[in-house]
Design a binder for this molecule. Structure first.
Ligand code: FAD
Ligand code: DHB
Length: 391
């Protein structure tokens, strides 16, 4: 089999890239190791930056998002039993975010790809990327019990943190920057209307909590838990009791409970792999970088990478100049590091590390007070949350 761009992975990065290339008249093949149902059900991110929503729209994949997604003009920071709203449009010249789940983005892009785009093979596991440093890179993969080879002009590794693409870059040429955190998030889905019409990020001495949503009828909530926690160890009532404590306010706000339909624990990690390109192999999304989820940046960074790649390839095909492809890693990493910084700041602002001292507690509160009382500090948060420009 032969194609111009071989894409490994049908997460948001791989699927959006296939769509962007299709729209530009460039052929691609997507290889995905899992089956379609698994990819469409995997519960992950929920917030699209304005730039990501705009890209989906421009790609012809925004119709259901605009119908069913929820535009959010702010978030609430909750600490010391008080509430502070951050008003995005007022602080950023009109920017906002969209609550539309990653599962739905993937469903929309898969349907479009199968209807209009090039081949998208499920249960096709990439085994290795070969000859990345040459003009004829290849992906070795297994599909329907047989090994096969996809010959490409370019390979884009969109295969997430546990994928194989990154391994094709010689270790001697790479640098890895990493930090793990001694806590994770216990995430639940619950069949109950969200108790607030915007997201609530709560800092509490017992740990962080986040109230989010999937629709006007389905809540998504997260609790900071110790690293390695087994989600089954938490009973449903225990989860609601703990959420109630961490969201407690001095006013009459209250948390509405409902049946919990899903429980998972996500570890927290910061990770950057440099460079994001080797020869004709390009890494995009979680294959190249991970952020802790507190800033809601993971999916948005993935979108930014593939927009940058698609533009660079179109530029190369239109002008013959490889300058944008050559700048790919540098261009992406500028945005990646801004998101790493913001995600780290949000994580350390709102979580309670095991063994945190009273001094550190007071500093967290002082940082939150600063955001609540200074338009400059609040603007910094609003600009980062609604998104950095796509490079
Ligand atoms: P992925 O979505 O990981 O997609 C990679 C795809 O490649 C997968 O479909 C995988 O099956 C496939 N693949 C892997 N190896 C191979 C192979 N060898 N051959 C073929 N296919 C392969 N972000 C937020 O902003 N908020 C959140 O709440 C949040 N929660 C998360 C929870 C979890 C458990 C995880 C893992 C991530 C979460 N993220 C969250 C991050 C966000 O979901 C990711 O940043 C986003 O999915 C990145 O998209 P991607 O396409 O780069 O990678
Ligand atoms: C969601 C996840 C996040 O990491 C975040 O910061 C906000 C919302 C969510 O899953 O809805």
């Amino acid at each position: 089999m032969r194609t111009t761009v071989g894409i490994i992975g049908a997460g948001p990065a791989g699927l959006l890239l296939a769509r962007l290339l299709h729209n530009a008249g460039i052929d691609s093949v997507v290889l995905e190791s899992r089956d379609r149902a698994y990819v469409e059900r995997r519960q992950r991110a929920g917030i699209l930056e304005q730039g990501t929503a705009d890209v989906l729209r421009a790609a012809g994949a925004g119709e259901r998002m605009d119908r069913e997604g929820l535009r959010h003009d702010g978030i609430e920071l909750r600490f010391d039993r008080t509430r502070h709203r951050v008003d995005f449009p007022a602080l950023t010249g009109g920017r906002s975010v969209m609550v539309y789940a990653q599962t739905e983005v993937c469903k929309d892009l898969i349907a479009l790809q199968l209807r209009e785009g090039g081949p998208l093979l499920f249960e096709a596991e990439a085994l290795a990327v070969e000859d990345a440093g040459t003009d004829t890179p290849r992906i070795r993969f297994r599909h329907e019990g047989r090994e096969d080879v996809l010959e490409c002009s370019y390979v884009v590794g969109c295969d997430g943190f546990w994928g194989v693409a990154r391994k094709a870059i010689p270790a001697g040429l790479t640098q890895v920057f990493e930090r793990t955190y001694p806590f994770g998030w216990l995430g639940i889905l619950a069949d109950v209307p969200p108790s607030h019409d915007e997201l609530v990020y709560a800092r509490h001495e017992r740990g962080f909590a986040l109230l989010s949503m999937r629709s006007p009828a389905v809540s998504r909530l997260y609790l900071q838990v110790p690293d390695g926690t087994d989600p089954g160890a938490w009973g449903d009532d225990e989860i609601w009791d703990e959420l109630e404590r961490r969201f407690e306010t001095a006013d009459d706000w209250y948390l509405q409970r409902g049946p919990i339909t899903q429980k998972t624990v996500t570890p927290m990690r910061s990770y950057v792999h440099e460079p994001m390109r080797h020869g004709r192999l390009f890494l995009a999304g979680d294959a190249a970088h991970i952020v802790p989820p507190t800033g809601a940046k993971g999916l948005n960074l993935a979108a930014g990478d593939v927009v940058t790649f698609a533009r660079a390839l179109v530029h190369q095909q239109e002008t013959g100049s490889p300058e944008l492809l050559d700048a790919y890693s540098r261009t992406c990493l500028r945005r990646v590091w801004q998101a790493e910084r913001f995600s780290y700041d949000m994580t350390t602002l709102l979580h309670r590390a095991p063994g945190a001292t009273a001094f550190e507690d007071r500093l967290q509160l002082a940082r939150l007070e600063r955001i609540a009382s200074s338009r400059a500090a609040e603007t910094d948060l609003a600009e980062a949350y609604t998104g950095f420009p796509f490079g």
